[in-house]
Design a protein around this ligand. Sequence first.
Ligand SMILES: *Cc1c(COP(=O)(O)O)cnc(C)c1O
Length: 437
Amino acid sequence: MSSLLDFDRNHLWHPYTSMTEPLPVYEVTAAHGVRLQLADGRELIDGMSSWWAAIHGYNHSALNRAATEQLGRMSHVMFGGLTHEPAVSLARKLVEMSPAGLERVFFCDSGSVSVEVAIKMALQYWQARGKETKNRLLTIRGGYHGDTFGAMAVCDPVGGMHQLFQGVLPRHLFAPLVDCRFSDPWDPHALSEFAQLIRDNHQQLAAVILEPIVQGAGGMRFYHPRFLAGVRRLCDEFHVLLIADEIATGFGRTGKLFACEHAEISPDIMCVGKALTGGYLSLAATLATAHIAETISGGDPGLFMHGPTFMANPLACAIANASLQLLLDSPWQQQIQAIEAIMDEELTPLRKQPGVSDVRVLGGIGVVEMKKEVDVASLQQDFISQGVWIRPFGRLVYIMPPYIINSDDLRHLTRAMVTVLEKNQSQLACNSAHKSP
Ligand SMILES: *Cc1c(COP(=O)(O)O)cnc(C)c1O
């Protein structure tokens, strides 16, 4: 093993891993377009967009230019008492492109922090209105909103970390999984338990928080737009704010610029992150309506109580400006439609595999859900030998490639999924045949 991998193994945490029995990691030396270059010279087609972020692919000349130009001016300056063009342009773009009514922008460092900010805004809003008892949140099971404490408390209680941090996390309310899939005919019963919860608890509820349409890291589920529209209606009826976490879905991934558009609704507060800088730097934002911003500012202490050191980092903002311009100038709708059509065609036949429980595709997201948890290390190795980068988790093997991927590279990705999962199936069948008496 190289000394680099050795040191990594002994000293570096990776996301959700053990420090004593870590899964193998692979050294990347460069990336361009949809390809990652490994230290041993192999090239992999990227199926992950580095967790939803690298929508334009890697090492993009326009984003590189934006970064170097901004570096020549300043990479950072504090946002307390100062402002700059990259932040103002970016806020202008976000306000223009996001669902109607979202007009006040808070920049922060990461998705999780933008969720903390959103929750704080909801709490300060009701405090300012003299309704301190409205301080709990309602969400749906299967959600994921980040790893910080406020965000963790609204992640799925089973899949998330509630057990581990019991007693420390605030207790919020959870509606059941949405029992109506995106492409199914709408079943109004899917909304009834949620409606009951909001009806029974609205006096304690500051906000509903959810991922619109696509639940990401909590299970990669796609639910019906009419559910989201119903949630919006109920929030209005019972005076509860609606926070849409568009951190994974934002900027085109589901086929709409924002997933809320599938239901033609606007939330009161919206979080964006991940693809905001095209995967170059960590940056997120929390958008709110003028009404929320003004109410918070009119209450006690008259300020919104948050202000990260690297707020509105100019380098990140400059790259985000270039990334959003690139997106808006690109034929992203056609790109996503083409990705969706190929994934549908290539992955749907996997439904017939005995080990597969479901295949679902929406926009630029393709998911194969297995019946049993997969062996991540072994699948990852198989994928690498097929020349692709796909990182499964739990029972889910899924891809969300950069929007710029061409059809040959995409078919390479989907066929690698089919090959590896079929091989895996026959091995499992073999093993169980050996084990059976
Ligand atoms: C990734 C993600 C987050 C957390 O973002 P980080 O940048 O990892 O802190 C929150 N919500 C959703 C829906 C996400 O997909």
